[in-house]
Design a protein around this ligand. Structure first.
Ligand code: NAD
Length: 501
């Protein structure tokens, strides 16, 4: 099979990896060295049309493929993903920069979704009611939509493509995937494995590109539904544009996740959780903790957090001792450094400053070291903006109610956590925090795929979330059938006729 992750990355069209006719390519860089790993084509409009037409043609047969056959494809796909875990993790590390251990987690989280897709048939079952009128039964069936599209961010190059197309395909749809142009390598390997597992040509098509190609997908009349994961401004654009074009849209957006620390929490657990949740993956997780609200006396732990964070150090993905990798691009690093300077200028106290971080032997990497601010206020840009780097913003609140009010006034609502030993506080918090995913003594409360991934407010646009039951609903239409099986009064005769035959 043609190598899909070096040189000019191919498109996946009707079961074959083909060279794109694109006139423009963007380099895919190793963020620790700036080495050009490959080039992603900015797919031409006619190639996008062909991808959608191929997916539409494949849909006719794929929707008729028995559920059990679709499920078996997912079982084989899951086995191949597991067998190729190391290869996949390495490709995630290469273009994203995350440590190998982190990359394994990225792949594993995606595999869990494929495992869930194996049990999808039960989620596609309809409901039946007999005798809704005399001699009339009613029932609902779930049917696939047709061609769906997925648009991915850079930060989980394996997991997020796997959030999208396996569930859509298991529901009987065909899918056009656009990986992030910054981190497309893992998606190509995943596609190879999907074909090897037996996916028919056209069930998964891959196109590459950026804004322009996304807009072509959003405008394409044959695409029925769009699943997007990325930053808040782009998510708003995708939701508006997709809805304007009368498509079904789910758009998972940016975040500003808080951890509230009560004085009765376990100090060591809290400090260690804060370091991992803020610096892990260089802070480039949509569920990373970027704000810590210390309530009352817990503020005396802030220096402990600074000491523990100072021990975390970045490095290249193959460095076993590195706590995290570089940030994705020079532009991302510049944005983070700008926000660090703004934080200082606005009066927050920078207890740990990672802006001048260097990694020996890798002078060109997009390095940012662990950074901690204390005394931050809600009007500061380090509090308002998503930094998406290894930067933790510490604030203080006099009491629990004031901390909760800060969480609920923030425009985002992806994840939040409370550290406490009080069951009463925990129960109150899980009920009153206006955020989709709540952790109690769990810093990054990402649900397993049999629950939904449920950002709220500015972190999500749409109504049905990814994963599980809601994904099955997103990728299918409900059809209700009301059936009068026989002409009124003729049941007895009809039955007799059958018997006579
Ligand atoms: P991004 O919004 O820059 O890009 C996401 C995708 O949109 C890419 O495929 C890109 O090509 C495309 N795109 C970029 N600009 C566009 C435009 N103007 N019009 C149309 N398409 C455009 O996001 P990113 O930097 O790749 O990813 C990081 C962001 O994703 C962070 O904000 C993070 O919080 C968010 N994220 C959210 C979740 C979640 O579950 N809520 C999960 C992962 C990442």
């Amino acid at each position: 099979m043609k190598r899909t992750t070096r040189g000019d990355i191919p498109l996946l069209a009707d079961g074959r990896f083909v060279k794109s006719a694109a006139r423009e390519f963007v380099p895919v860089l190793n963020p620790a060295t700036q080495e050009v790993l490959a080039r992603a084509p900015m797919t031409e409009a006619k190639e996008i049309d062909r991808a959608v037409a191929g997916a539409e043609a494949a849909f006719a047969e794929w929707r008729r493929t028995p559920l059990s056959a679709r499920m078996r494809l997912m079982l084989d796909f899951q086995r191949l993903l597991k067998e190729n875990m190391e290869r996949l993790a390495q490709s995630v590390s290469e273009d994203n920069g995350k440590t190998l251990e982190d990359a394994r987690g990225d792949v594993f989280r995606g595999i869990e979704v494929v495992e869930h897709a194996c049990s999808l048939p039960t989620l596609l079952m309809g409901e039946t009611a007999e005798n809704v009128a005399r001699g009339v039964d009613a029932y609902s069936i779930r049917q696939p939509l047709g061609v769906c599209a997925g648009i991915c961010p850079f930060n989980f190059p394996a997991m997020i493509p796997l959030w999208m197309f396996p569930l859509a395909a298991a529901c009987g749809n065909t899918f056009v995937l656009k990986p992030s142009e910054q981190t497309p390598l893992a998606a190509m390997l995943i596609a190879e494995l999907f074909l090897k597992a037996g996916a028919p040509p056209g069930v998964l098509q891959i196109v590459h590109g950026g804004k322009e190609q996304v807009n072509m997908l959003l405008a394409h009349p044959k695409i029925k539904a769009v699943s997007f994961v990325g930053s808040a401004p782009v998510a708003q654009h995708i939701y508006r544009e997709g809805c304007r074009n009368l498509k079904r849209v789910q758009a998972l957006a940016g975040a500003k996740n808080h951890m509230v620390i009560l004085p009765d929490a376990n100090r060591e657990q809290t400090v260690s959780a804060l370091v991992g949740a803020s610096c892990g993956a260089a802070g480039q997780r949509c569920m990373a903790i970027s704000v810590a609200i210390f309530v009352g006396a817990s503020k005396k732990w802030i220096p402990d957090v600074a000491r523990a964070m100072a021990k975390a150090r970045p490095g290249i993905w193959s460095d076993k001792n590195a706590s995290f990798g570089p940030v994705i691009s020079k532009a991302a690093r510049e944005k983070i450094l700008r926000l660090i300077e703004e934080g200082k200028a606005e009066g927050a106290k920078c207890l740990l400053d990672g802006s001048r971080c260097k990694v020996k032997g890798h002078p060109n990497g997009n390095w940012v070291g662990p950074t901690l601010f204390a005394g931050a206020k809600t009007n500061m840009s380090i509090y308002r903006e998503e930094i998406f780097g290894p930067v933790l913003v510490a604030m203080e609140a006099q009491n629990y109610e004031k901390a909760l009010a800060i969480v609920n006034a923030n425009p985002y609502g992806n994840g939040v956590s409370l550290f406490t030993s009080s069951g009463a506080a925990a129960r109150d918090f899980q009920s009153r925090a206006d955020v989709g995913q709540v952790g109690i003594n769990v810093p990054i409360p990402v649900p397993l795929p049999f629950f939904s991934f449920t950002g709220w407010r500015g972190s999500f646009y749409g109504d049905l979330h990814v994963y599980g039951k809601q994904a099955a609903q997103f990728f299918t239409e409900t059809k209700t059938v009301t059936a009068r099986w026989f002409a009124p009064g003729s049941e007895a005769r009809a039955n007799m006729t059958i018997r006579l035959k």
